[in-house]
Design a binder for this molecule. Sequence first.
Ligand SMILES: C[C@](O)(CO)[C@H](O)COP(=O)(O)OP(=O)(O)OC[C@H]1O[C@@H](n2ccc(N)nc2=O)[C@H](O)[C@@H]1O
Ligand SMILES: Nc1ncnc2c1ncn2[C@@H]1O[C@H](COP(=O)(O)OP(=O)(O)OP(=O)(O)O)[C@@H](O)[C@H]1O
Length: 263
Amino acid sequence: MKLYKAYAKVNIFLKITGARGNYHEIISRFMRVDSLYDELSFVAKNRDDAFKIIGEFSCKTEQNTIYKAYIALLDSLDETPAKSLKNLMDKYAVEVKKNIPAFAGLGGGSSDAATFLKMCNEVLDLGLSQNELALIGLKVGADIPFFIYGYDSANVGGIGEVVEEFKEELLDFEIFTPKIEISTPKVYRAYRENFYNPIDGFKVEKLKKTPSLDILKKMSADEANDLFKPALQEYKELKNYYKYGYYFSGSGSSFFRVKERKQ
Ligand SMILES: C[C@](O)(CO)[C@H](O)COP(=O)(O)OP(=O)(O)OC[C@H]1O[C@@H](n2ccc(N)nc2=O)[C@H](O)[C@@H]1O
Ligand SMILES: Nc1ncnc2c1ncn2[C@@H]1O[C@H](COP(=O)(O)OP(=O)(O)OP(=O)(O)O)[C@@H](O)[C@H]1O
């Protein structure tokens, strides 16, 4: 069966622009990490088994983003395509070769979910547009729309649903992920309680136009990512891993820097 790659991402910058209920509106440059991906495929399974995910996961199937994406997709479909989807998942398991670390700020779970949605759309010929898939994905996680569109680089806004391609060369990253299980809601909560200071529209427009390499030359790690300071506050041990010249991805715990321009 065909292998599908679910790439990781890094957040070159991540600035908060406001609040929306329990969520935060952001402006962030997402870049795909070409060298780090999970591999997903459909493999034949016993018809009697329930929805099955094969792979090394620390969570139950019901909590897996792939399962949540399946439920969200089922909910969005009319009766006939919903039946085909159920039929597909009766016959096949989703096998995942997990390479992207979890709790890493690299979007592993989100990328798996997005890839699963795209696989179903392709295999069942559901005819869903990228916008439709992104909206279904958004119900499962804020990072999923970026992975649906599959751009190398994009400015991501709203809570994650506004994805605008940014044309630039893909960069090659060196990444390290401290073994700290960072909770994304906890970091956002700490930001809201102690660091809340949304940036203005003028700065947003400037950031959106600046190439990623320039951002990384001009900004320090804490200037580039509004979640770095709250993460340091909530996870004191993070400080021991920080190395000068590295940047913080998402809510962590990964740090990255550019290796070289991709040939
Ligand atoms: C940190 C990032 O990964 C950066 O790309 C994302 O902003 C978070 O994306 P994610 O992990 O897919 O987030 P979700 O699983 O949708 O949300 C987890 C929790 O993070 C917080 N959250 C998430 C996204 C966002 N724009 N504002 C938030 O405040 C909310 O408390 C939410 O309940
Ligand atoms: N498909 C999946 N891959 C990895 N972890 C998953 C998946 N589905 C659910 N999880 C659970 O989600 C948590 C971590 O999620 P994930 O791998 O997406 O990392 P993350 O670093 O939080 O991602 P993000 O970049 O969005 O912050 C763990 O509790 C893990 O058990």
